[in-house]
Write a protein that binds this ligand. Sequence first.
Ligand SMILES: Nc1ncnc2c1ncn2[C@@H]1O[C@H](COP(=O)(O)OP(=O)(O)OP(=O)(O)O)[C@@H](O)[C@H]1O
Ligand SMILES: O=C(O)C1=C[C@@H](O)[C@@H](O)[C@H](O)C1
Ligand SMILES: [Mg+2]
Length: 182
Amino acid sequence: MINNRISPITKSIVFIGFMGVGKTTIGQLVAKKLYRDFIDIDQEIEKEYNMPTTEIFKQIGEKAFREKEKSLIEHFSQQPLKIISVGGGAFLQEEIRNICLDNCIVFFLDLSWEYWKDRINLIIDSRPVLQGRTLEEIKELFNNRQEIYSYHHSKVKTDGLDVEEVADYIVESLKVTWDTHE
Ligand SMILES: Nc1ncnc2c1ncn2[C@@H]1O[C@H](COP(=O)(O)OP(=O)(O)OP(=O)(O)O)[C@@H](O)[C@H]1O
Ligand SMILES: O=C(O)C1=C[C@@H](O)[C@@H](O)[C@H](O)C1
Ligand SMILES: [Mg+2]
């Protein structure tokens, strides 16, 4: 349920979806187009620990990463007018899902496996969750994760679209949402 106490026009926007679907890249572009601040939760966690995610997982552990992820999302999702990209695993936590769905407009970037599998080489070095798994195991993880992304307000299918096209589509659909709430 969307929290009606916050005007849809000032609500922050949260991007969700599997690793590599483009949350960071597209989030940044949408923020630029809407003149809003962009927050990438993975980058915020890396800043706090002053190390890349792969090192955080190795040295401090995934549990600490997930706790930090939750506290940062709780913090930023309650601020207005932000564009927030959360990590691909953030919606595994029910509390994170609820706080985002309650306070923000949640956009699911939906890319099919057929397109996603061609991106793996771009991201594998910096995503510890993908490392040490076969392509079949990654496909299973990809399919299993789709359930957590079903918690959203809007979704955009990004197969075959470049980042500009996706960002423009999102900006236009937000304008429609805002216009109907004026
Ligand atoms: N629509 C697109 N078309 C082609 N390449 C894309 C598109 N969107 C993103 N990419 C590329 O895919 C790679 C992963 O994108 P990005 O880092 O934005 O994913 P992400 O969803 O933020 O992943 P993570 O959850 O792991 O942070 C980048 O190299 C980016 O340039
Ligand atoms: O899907 C995941 O579990 C993750 C996705 C990345 O965005 C990072 O948050 C981290 O590598 C874990
Ligand atoms: Mg990202």
